[in-house]
Design a protein around this ligand. Sequence first.
Ligand SMILES: Cc1ncc(COP(=O)(O)O)c(C=O)c1O
Length: 347
Amino acid sequence: MPVHTTAIDLRSDTVTHPTAAMRAAMAAAEVGDDVYREDPTTNYLQERVARLLDKEMGLFFPSGTMCNQVAIAAHCQPGQEVICDRDCHVFNYESGAAARLSGVQLHMLPGPYGLISAEQVEASIRQVDIHNPQTGLILLENTHNRGGGVVHPLPDLEQIGTVARLYGVPMHLDGARLLNASVASGTPPDQIARPFDSVYFCLSKGLGCPVGSVLAGSSSFIARATYLRKAFGGGMRQSGILAAAGLYALDHHVERLAEDHHRARWLASTLATLPVFAIDLEAVQTNIVLMDIVPDHLSAPVVAAELAAHGVLVSIFGPRRLRLVTHLDIGDSAVEQAITAFKTLYG
Ligand SMILES: Cc1ncc(COP(=O)(O)O)c(C=O)c1O
């Protein structure tokens, strides 16, 4: 059943609709066949993102999941191990693709808000021994989705990068919301990307595009990633129509992420006053709010259904946990209406 168009949709920042101006930019895009590398708009977007992240080259992808999976396949050999945190997207939400497509196993570490430390990473790098899997990759996520949108502090990323270089292990950043991390922390994107051999961000989340993510790294890494993208079915043709949305978003939708962050804090601090919900306000650093349901007689599916009946859509993030995400299509009045629905039901 299609979602009611007047609903206040806080399920994800992927639910945005392209604005009229973005659609106009897409319609006007100059295009060619990108599998032949002849799409000028895609080429320009890739160059622009590579510059933004201070990497040699960029590569346009249909999704963030494909960026992660191609990066894993490019960095690792089958039988190797990827060090990551146990709440990461690659482990929880990519349909087992790392095992299926690359034949790697995940070495998962616990960390508060999904953030793991350089000490943990160093202790998890395998000794060379015929019994041991080899460590093929260190994979981090910033901002951290299941962690509630927290920003991985730059000094921690740099320390993990030092460990990675010491042991000769490559690093990949799942930066689906890297620009949220950048805007929230005031850290330029290239500084966040610096410790990593490969890094990507999504255009289809807070930036409001219909489709697309851009992966960046060295020229040799991107050459391998281009081959793997084709093998995984991600070679696109006149992708300039989609890339044009990305270019538009980089011009118009980056600084405004601060508004999403402000509205998420507004929602969180108001809803935290309702006794039904427990919200860790320290974790509300960007556009994601995680809320736990306190009374035993309520559960996440029940609360989500009651809210939906009042025109507010939220994600179920566990038996007693909900996720709310602010984005381009959520303005002040939508926040006010959502708060009114919450107060009517649970005030
Ligand atoms: C942290 C993180 N990584 C990767 C992805 C996957 O992106 P996509 O939906 O474009 O495959 C998401 C999507 O929500 C995400 O939150």
